[in-house]
Ligand binder design. Sequence first.
Ligand code: P6P
Length: 339
Amino acid sequence: MTDHTQTNLVTLTRHVFETQRLHPDASGDLSLLLNAIQIGCKFVEACVRKARLVHLVGLAGNQNVQGEDQKKLDVLSNEMFVNALKASGKVKMMISEEDEDAIIIQGSQARYCVTFDPLDGSSNIDAGVNVGTIFGIFQLKNHTQDAVAKDILVKGSEIKVAGYCMYGSSCNIVVTLGSGRVDGFTLDPALGEFILTHPDIRVPSRGKIYSINEGNSLYWDDATRAYIESLKNGPDGRKPYSARYIGSMVADVHRTLLYGGIFAYPADKKSRKGKLRILYESFPMAKIMEDAGGKAITGTKRILDLVPESIHDRCPVFMGSADDVEDALTSFKTHDNLL
Ligand code: P6P
């Protein structure tokens, strides 16, 4: 009987070190930073997995900067990532969805700012729906003095590393280390390691799925409404697209990345800049989508060309298969839309 046990495992840690070795001038700081992020993801995975058993689910009695009720897991996840990143010694500033102000490490000579949403989609936790952590890593230009929040108000294309961890039936990290490729890793609980399972992910050039909250259609502008209608009626003589919407960005983007199609959270009359936050949702996901061969726009411009006005600034999002996003852009040019 042939033993199929894998003995040459590519773990995320090995993948990061092998990528680092491609850059002789690399300091190794990013590798240590990514190790801290891995620790945070493993902790959150363990908490999400046992949430119902230890009554972690349910409101923590606080509200975050977005005015949303914080769930216990939000609070725990945020604390874990902040502590792990601080302990790495490689972070100068952090921007978290759960903290109103930038978290600045006084006196740090580190070069990196990490933007993250520690538990995106957390309103779905009680229903056992997939939730996730989204992160981006930026190299700060000023790394001699203490950082200030405005140091991270830079163009999205400055992002160096982008990734997410999805907590569901399995725990998956999808990451681009800035070399133009996206790889997926699955946590092996027995080893406590993320193992390469989805090498060099490429998003299909066109899909058959559209993903948007149609409950907001009353507030959409004509451009969004016309484009979505075109998908429902069968664009250019093709079969109508199927609708899939989970309401957890990590889950909706992960499906779009693997299956193709388009995910959208547009600006509308209720949310004039859309809902998704630029620094720790739109930028990281746009970087991943582009490095996997897809596209990501606000409706009129490339998301990675944006410069946020504040650390919790928002933007409209249309991202996914290149041909689908191009079709959306063409459709929008024939209608006036909000942004
Ligand atoms: P809606 C979760 O709160 C989140 O920020 C994203 O994960 C998700 O894509 C979006 O909001 C869902 O928003 O308004 O459709 O429930």
